[in-house]
Design a protein around this ligand. Structure first.
Ligand SMILES: Cc1ncc(COP(=O)(O)O)c(C=O)c1O
Length: 452
C-alpha cells in the first residue's frame, strides 16, 4: 500500500474534522502507517516528528511499550461494562489516584469520554447544583474572550473563538464574556503579572453585576490553547478563586489541554498563589490516557456531590451518561500514564526540555516577522506577523501559517499551526536534539512563509 492508495479510498468516504475538504485537493490527508516515540511514519516511508502531540494528547510517545502492555492485559480481563449499576477496578483505582494528584478538595470523579463532554458535565452539574440548593435564578456562565472549551453546543457556547462559533450562534447559550488576561496584549514595559492583575478588573465588574444570575466562571488556566496559544500569569487564577468565593459563583477549570504537565506543573491550577487553587470543577481529558483512548473526567467537591444525594423521588440526581463512560481500556491506559509520570519523574525532567525549547527558539525573537516567542512550561508559541513594530497580523486569507506547516512536512516535522501561530507542544519523550531540529525547521518555515 502507498500513500496514494489510501488517500484515494479516504477521500471517497471520509469527512475529516476541522477541515475544508476542498483543501484536500492540494493537501490530502497523510496516511500514517505506524508511530513510535515522537515519530509518525507514512506509507511511503516519510517520517515526521509529532511536534503537536497529535492535537495535544500524546505524552509518552506513540506505541509506548508500558502503556501498550497495560491495555493488552486489560483487554483480556474486561473490555467494557456500563458504569450505571456496575463498577470495575480500573475505574475505581483511577478515580482514587486522580483524587490524590489533583488539588485538595476535588474528591469526586465523574467519567465521560471526550473533552467537550466533560465541559458539558461541569456546566450542567454547576447549574443543577444551584437548582438543587434553591437558586434556580442562576442560569448563566461567565467565560473569557478568546477561550475554547470544545465543539458540542454547550461547550461551544462558553468558548469564544469566532472561527468555530460564529456560524452556530443562533443555537447557543449566551455567556457573559470577560476580557482575557492574554499577555500578548500587554502594554510595552508591563509584566505578565501586572497585565493579568489589571485585566482582572473586567472580571470583577462582571461578577459584581451578574453574580446573582451566574452559575460558574469557566477558564482554561494559564494557557488558551485553541485561541492561538495565548498565555497569562497565575495571579489571575488566584484573584479569580477569591472572587468566585466572594460572589458565590463556581469556578470551572478546564485543564483538558493544560493538564498532565503541559504548563510545567502537573496541573496549571497548582501555580496560583503559594499553594495553588482548588476549582469547584476540574475537567481533564487529552493527556489523561497519554493520547491512547478517548476519556475525560469532570472532578468536583463533596459539597457539590452532596447537593445531589437524596431520595430518588426528589429527582435531584444527575441523570447524565455516555455509553463509554469509564471504559476499562481507557482507564488502564490512564493508569499506565500515571505510572509513567512517576517512573520518569517527568515533571522535573520536563524542566530541562522546556529550557531547551527556550534556548533553541531564542533567536526567533529578533526575526522581523515574529511579534513574540512565548512559553509556558512545555508549550512554546511563535507569533508570526506582517509588521513587528505595530504587531499587525497578515491577512488571514493568505494562510501563511499553512506554508510553515507544508515546509515542516518536507523536513520531517509535523508543525500544524493555529493560524499564523507556530507552536511546539511535543510528547515528553522528545530529545533535546529533536527540539533543536524543530526550531530550525520553524525558522526556515517562517522565512519561507513571509518571503512573498
Ligand atoms: C481547553 C479545551 N477544552 C475542551 C476541548 C475539547 O476536547 P475534545 O476535542 O476532546 O472534545 C479542547 C480541545 O482541544 C480544549 O483544548
Amino acid at each position: 500500500m502507498t500513500n496514494q492508495d489510501l488517500i484515494a479510498r479516504d477521500l471517497n468516504v471520509l469527512w475529516h474534522p476541522c477541515t475544508q475538504m476542498k483543501d484536500t485537493q492540494q493537501l490530502p490527508p497523510i496516511p500514517m502507517r505506524r508511530g513510535e516515540g515522537v515519530w509518525l511514519e507514512d506509507f511511503d516511508g516519510n517520517r515526521y516528528i509529532d511536534a503537536v502531540s497529535s492535537w495535544w494528547v500524546n505524552i509518552f510517545g506513540h506505541a509506548n511499550p508500558a502503556i501498550n502492555a497495560r491495555i493488552k492485559t486489560q483487554l483480556d480481563t474486561i473490555e467494557h461494562v456500563m458504569l450505571a449499576g456496575f463498577t470495575h477496578e480500573p475505574a475505581v483505582e483511577l478515580a482514587e489516584r486522580l483524587v490524590d494528584i489533583t488539588p485538595p478538595g476535588l474528591d469526586k470523579v465523574f467519567y465521560a469520554d471526550n473533552g467537550s463532554a466533560a465541559v458539558e458535565v461541569a456546566l450542567k452539574m454547576s447549574f443543577h447544583y444551584w437548582r438543587n440548593t434553591g437558586h434556580g435564578e442562576k442560569t448563566r456562565f461567565i467565560n473569557l474572550s478568546n477561550s475554547y472549551h470544545g465543539e458540542t453546543l454547550g461547550a461551544l457556547a462558553v468558548g469564544d473563538v469566532s472561527l468555530y462559533k460564529k456560524t452556530y450562534e443562533p443555537l447557543l447559550l449566551k455567556p457573559l464574556t470577560a476580557r482575557s488576561p492574554d499577555c500578548f496584549h500587554r502594554e510595552p514595559g508591563m509584566s505578565w503579572e501586572e497585565h493579568s492583575r489589571l485585566v482582572f478588573a473586567d472580571m470583577e465588574a462582571l461578577l459584581a453585576e451578574h453574580a446573582h444570575e451566574t452559575c460558574a466562571v469557566i477558564v482554561e488556566p494559564l494557557l488558551q490553547c485553541a485561541g492561538h496559544m495565548r498565555m497569562y500569569h497565575p495571579v489571575y487564577l488566584e484573584l479569580l478563586r477569591e472572587a468566585c468565593d466572594r460572589y458565590n459563583v463556581h469556578l470551572i477549570a478546564d485543564e483538558i489541554a493544560t493538564g498532565f504537565g503541559r504548563t510545567g506543573t502537573l496541573f496549571a491550577c497548582e501555580q496560583a498563589g503559594d499553594n495553588g487553587i482548588t476549582p469547584d470543577f476540574m475537567c481533564l481529558s487529552k493527556g489523561i490516557t497519554a493520547g491512547y483512548l478517548p476519556m475525560s473526567v469532570a472532578m468536583t467537591t463533596n459539597e457539590i456531590y452532596d447537593a445531589f444525594y437524596d431520595e430518588y423521588e426528589n429527582l435531584t440526581a444527575f441523570l447524565h451518561s455516555h455509553s463509554y463512560t469509564g471504559n476499562p481500556l481507557a482507564c488502564a491506559a490512564a493508569l499506565a500514564t500515571l505510572d509513567e509520570f512517576a517512573a520518569r519523574d517527568q515533571i522535573n525532567a520536563n524542566r530541562v526540555l522546556s529550557e531547551r525549547m527556550a534556548q533553541a527558539t531564542a533567536p526567533l525573537a529578533d526575526h522581523p516577522n515574529v511579534a513574540e516567542v512565548r512559553q509556558t512550561g512545555m508549550v512554546l508559541a511563535i507569533e508570526m506577523v506582517k509588521n513587528k513594530a505595530s504587531r499587525t497580523p497578515f491577512d488571514w486569507r493568505e494562510r501563511r501559517g499553512l506554508r510553515v506547516y507544508r515546509h515542516g512536512l518536507t523536513r520531517q516535522s509535523l508543525l500544524r499551526p493555529l493560524g499564523d501561530t507556530i507552536y511546539f507542544m511535543p510528547p515528553y519523550v522528545i530529545s533535546p536534539e529533536q527540539i533543536d531540529h524543530l526550531a530550525e525547521v520553524a525558522a526556515e518555515g517562517i522565512d519561507h512563509a513571509v518571503s512573498t
